[in-house]
Design a protein around this ligand. Structure first.
Ligand SMILES: *[C@@H]1O[C@H](CO)[C@@H](O)[C@H](O)[C@H]1NC(C)=O
Ligand SMILES: *[C@@H]1O[C@H](CO)[C@@H](O)[C@H](O)[C@H]1NC(C)=O
Ligand SMILES: *[C@@H]1O[C@H](CO)[C@@H](O)[C@H](O)[C@H]1NC(C)=O
Ligand SMILES: *[C@@H]1O[C@H](CO)[C@@H](O)[C@H](O)[C@H]1NC(C)=O
Ligand SMILES: *[C@@H]1O[C@H](CO)[C@@H](O)[C@H](O)[C@H]1NC(C)=O
Ligand SMILES: *[C@@H]1O[C@H](CO)[C@@H](O)[C@H](O)[C@H]1NC(C)=O
Ligand SMILES: *[C@@H]1O[C@H](CO)[C@@H](O)[C@H](O)[C@H]1NC(C)=O
Ligand SMILES: *[C@@H]1O[C@H](CO)[C@@H](O)[C@H](O)[C@H]1NC(C)=O
Ligand SMILES: *[C@@H]1O[C@H](CO)[C@@H](O)[C@H](O)[C@H]1NC(C)=O
Ligand SMILES: *[C@@H]1O[C@H](CO)[C@@H](O)[C@H](O)[C@H]1NC(C)=O
Length: 794
């Protein structure tokens, strides 16, 4: 849906703009390409969805199928209705796939039922992926198209004519498999009503990165010209018209029986058979009523539903307008697609939560907050503050009913905690940005719970080692922790994350007038206790990196332990919870060394001042130590701001974009993680980067001539405009800036920029300048503001 719009800001047409006329801005849905990141580990969901939709139909493949589909050349095993996007590890959901086919001679036993038997390649170049629509053609000629409402998937299968040997027409058959993507099914049921053609069922499955199990329910209806010709169940590779019901479970040896149902129809003249699949986490009846309400006329309304999905996406993207200024379509595509992916997950499961009764919204697939707190939730805060507010309310409602804020959550289950309790940061970010509708007293209670109470299972909620945290002011290496249970690793990364979590708690506490905020402010300085001043760092071949002073693990007795600063970096082996667990999680000491988001000034000082900090940061990015494919790296791209070198942040952003983030199908350097990578790209190209939990956006020039962002609640439009914009990106250094026509020398700006709709005009040049370099223009740091308080008191 194209909605061309010409933006002429009458007062600001400069001679330069006349010399470089820019293309008209537009509502840019057509730039969105859901296939970006569909191979080489991006793991994005490439199928049809509404913003935050529960129903997410796509073709599932037998290759890299974490998000269902992949353009890795693997084969299609079916079409399923729910997915996560961009996650790592085990594939998520993908229950009850449909698989259309013909049975030779119309003999059902001639059809291919088990997953590996029925897998079939798709016709290359037949894939169409658009917001709200996905289609491909299977080898053999069956075409599959799909669209989605919130909880219902709609498929249109077009069967080419096929004849039996005696010349009679074959009947199209659609199978349903009682499985999910990684065969985690515990037990499942299916029942087929031959006369109405309705198939219902349910099953118990395992979350892909969490504890426990969950039940999912479906209700499938088929619209063709005629009544079903046959229906029944299948088990392994045998099928029969009777019985019409089946229950499967895992035996004592955990045996996995492949089984499901099928239905066939005389081929309609146009070959089209529509399948409407309602989903629910409550019951099959609710799955049916979801489908009936959301898609009352499945046979006729495919196009209408597809249009509605597109409109929903257009509406979500509408606050942002870009004037490209000669930038390539592929850069625009990378940008808009990144934004699009930030709204695939979390998923709005309001009305579908079987775990507790509540009038509050319920969102799921916070997968994981460790990834998303850094830039995705801040992005939703500007683009869709109402949704972000509902997500925060959902986190708080989860705290209320399950006792803890989620850290990672998927499929109604608690997911594994990777570092700190980073819901704290999401909540603090919402607080300082004045999101509305949130019970802040409840929020503070939830935050204090994270900071004060150690749960029995800190592998999936809260924090571990809290006794040591309070007593020693760091998380010790090989802690003596008998209170709760979790993977006793990551002492360094947990220390720096807990410190920042506590900082954000102090921000909320102070704002709410709580006197105990000082406790958390003081704990926020705990990161310093793991800084070992004389720690050197060598590369694997023995070369001295030349930098001294790194975080190191520390025993309970205060003696230093040792972890090689380059261990767990992109130059060494990967460290996760289960593979190679170390004192840093999924990144090196080198990378975590920069993680002091609230007091970068203190860190800069500790490593020897600005120049030394900058050469360390350069070395980190250029030596291969930085892992651009994982979220902890994000803020390091912009850390130059804190050393008074905002021009180098711009340089660094351009160094990574488009080289490692681009519009190719392999255009993501790592898992998209529910849109976290997409949000990094979107913020970077917009020319602002959030330091979440603080009222701070770090400024670089946008990658476009100008960009407008209208705040969906205040309706005020914020504008960032580049003067001397150069689409070849030689002029990427800010020479001077004006905010609402007044000179502006700070290298950062607050959230008021968006809510009040200010205009930031950046004059660019091809060399670093002294803009944003003086001490008072640096983004805020805790030690600076404490020093100021001190001075004021004196
Ligand atoms: C289709 O693409 C796959 C993966 O790129 C390739 O292996 C295969 O040869 C292609 N098939 C045809 C018919 O071009
Ligand atoms: C042709 O073969 C099919 C499948 O074997 C069978 O169902 C059908 O009755 C046959 N039709 C005629 C006209 O013999
Ligand atoms: C994919 O399916 C085709 C048939 O369409 C088959 O020839 C091929 O071996 C399958 N590839 C894999 C990797 O299973
Ligand atoms: C299904 O599996 C779940 C998880 O293993 C189990 O709790 C439940 O009792 C099973 N239900 C039936 C009916 O077997
Ligand atoms: C699951 O589905 C089967 C078959 O439709 C049905 O008999 C059973 O009651 C369902 N179980 C639940 C818990 O809804
Ligand atoms: C939030 O609201 C407070 C009180 O009205 C105001 O002082 C502050 O500037 C607002 N913050 C932002 C980021 O808009
Ligand atoms: C060690 O590795 C670094 C980075 O690859 C390289 O620059 C350096 O020359 C190597 N030194 C030796 C002694 O091989
Ligand atoms: C501290 O504890 C570690 C680990 O048990 C031990 O290796 C070290 O010798 C101890 N240091 C002192 C001073 O006791
Ligand atoms: C696009 O990004 C991917 C992933 O980082 C990278 O491998 C690829 O080389 C990039 N492509 C281009 C053309 O820069
Ligand atoms: C913003 O615009 C919407 C839609 O036109 C309107 O409903 C709303 O009242 C406006 N809000 C403000 C604060 O003006």
């Amino acid at each position: 849906m194209f909605r061309p719009q010409v933006h002429i800001i009458a007062t600001c047409i400069s001679i330069l703009q006349l010399l470089h006329p820019s293309s008209a801005t537009q509502d840019d849905l057509h730039y969105v390409n859901p296939l970006i990141g569909s191979t080489s580990g991006g793991n994005v969901f490439a199928g049809a969805s509404l913003p935050y939709g529960l129903a997410k139909p796509v073709a599932d493949v037998d290759g890299q199928n974490t998000g269902g589909f992949s353009t890795d050349g693997s084969n299609v095993t079916g079409f399923s209705h729910m997915h996560d996007s961009g996650t790592g590890g085990n594939p998520s959901m993908g229950q009850f796939p449909l698989f259309p086919q013909y049975c030779p001679d119309n003999v059902v036993d001639n059809c291919k039922f088990p997953k590996t038997a029925r897998a079939v390649h798709y016709v290359n170049d037949s894939v169409t992926a658009r917001p709200g629509y996905f289609a491909l053609e299977l080898e053999g000629g069956i075409k599959a198209e799909m669209t989605a409402a919130r909880r219902t998937a709609l498929y249109r299968f077009t069967f080419p004519e096929r004849k039996a040997e005696n010349g009679s027409l074959l009947d199209p058959l659609i199978g349903i498999d009682l499985t999910d993507l990684w065969d985690s099914r515990q037990n499942a049921s299916i029942s087929i009503d031959h006369d109405s053609g309705r198939i219902m069922g349910n099953g118990t499955f395992l979350p892909s990165f969490g504890a426990g199990s969950y039940k999912a329910y479906f209700c499938a209806d088929f619209a063709g010209d005629a009544a079903a010709s046959d229906s029944g169940i299948w088990v392994n590779d045998r099928a029969g018209s009777e019985p019409k019901e089946l229950f499967v479970t895992r035996g004592f040896n955990n045996f996995y029986l492949q089984a499901g149902g099928f239905i066939s129809f005389p081929r309609p003249k146009d070959g089209v058979i529509t399948a409407r699949v309602g989903m629910s986490y409550i019951s099959s009846d609710q799955a049916c009523s979801n489908a009936e309400t959301e898609m009352p006329n499945p046979g006729n309304d495919f196009q209408k539903l597809r249009d509605a999905a597109e409109d929903a996406w257009s509406e979500k993207l509408s606050p942002i307008k870009v004037t490209a200024g000669g930038v390539s379509d592929s850069m625009l595509s990378a940008f808009w697609s990144g934004i699009y992916r930030t709204m695939l997950s979390p998923q709005d499961l309001t009305g579908e939560n079987p775990l507790w009764e509540s009038d509050e919204p319920y969102f799921d697939s916070f997968y994981c907050l460790w990834d998303a707190f850094r830039s995705q939730h801040p992005f939703l805060t500007i683009l869709d503050p109402q949704a972000q507010s509902k997500m925060v309310r959902s986190l708080l409602d989860t705290f209320k009913h399950e006792g803890w804020l989620p850290d990672c959550r998927m499929s109604l289950c608690k997911g594994w905690t990777q570092g700190g309790s980073n819901a704290d940061v999401v909540i603090a970010d919402a607080y300082i940005k004045n999101l509305t509708g949130i019970d802040w007293e409840l929020a503070y209670k939830a935050l204090l719970n994270d900071a004060e109470n150690e749960p029995l299972e800190w592998s999936y909620e809260g924090r571990g080692g809290l006794q040591s945290w309070k007593r020693l002011n760091y998380i010790p290496y090989l802690d003596f922790d008998y209170i709760g249970f979790g993977t006793n690793s990551r002492s360094i990364s947990r220390t720096v994350e807990y410190a920042y979590n506590d900082y954000t708690i102090s921000v909320v506490g102070k704002g709410l007038g709580k006197t105990d905020y000082t406790t958390y402010l003081s704990r926020s300085m705990n990161w310093e206790n793991l800084f070992k001043r004389d720690q050197a760092s060598y590369l694997e071949n023995g070369t001295d990196t030349g930098f001294t002073g790194f975080f190191q693990p520390k025993y309970i007795n205060g003696t230093w332990g040792f972890q090689d600063p380059i261990a767990c970096s992109a130059l060494a082996s990967f460290c996760s919870l289960t593979s190679n667990p170390s004192e840093t999680f999924e990144s090196s000491i080198w990378e975590y060394q920069f993680y002091v988001p609230h007091d970068m000034a203190a860190l800069v000082k500790l490593v020897g001042g600005s120049d030394s900090f900058v050469s360390r940061l350069d070395y980190f990015h250029e030596s291969g130590l930085a892992d651009i494919g994982n979220e902890p790296v994000f803020l390091t791209v912009y850390d130059y701001h804190y050393a008074g070198r905002p021009g180098l942040s711009a340089e660094r952003a351009h160094w990574y974009i488009p080289r490692t983030f681009n519009a190719s199908e392999n255009g993501l350097p790592g898992n998209d993680d529910s849109g976290a990578m997409g949000s990094f790209l979107a913020w970077s190209m917009m020319g602002l980067f959030p330091n979440p939990g603080q009222n701070v956006y770090l400024i670089i020039p946008p990658f476009f001539e100008s960009i407008d962002i209208t705040h969906p609640e205040t309706n005020q439009t914020a504008t960032i405009r580049n003067i001397n914009f150069d689409p070849t990106y030689k002029n990427i250094y800010i020479q001077s800036a004006k905010l609402d026509d007044q000179p502006y020398s700070k290298s950062w700006i607050g959230h008021e920029f968006f809510t009040q709709g200010m205009t930031l005009e950046l004059t660019l040049g091809d060399q670093e300048s002294d803009w944003g370099t003086s001490k008072e223009d640096l983004p805020p740091s805790l030690s600076d503001s404490l020093a100021q308080d001190e001075m004021q008191r004196a």
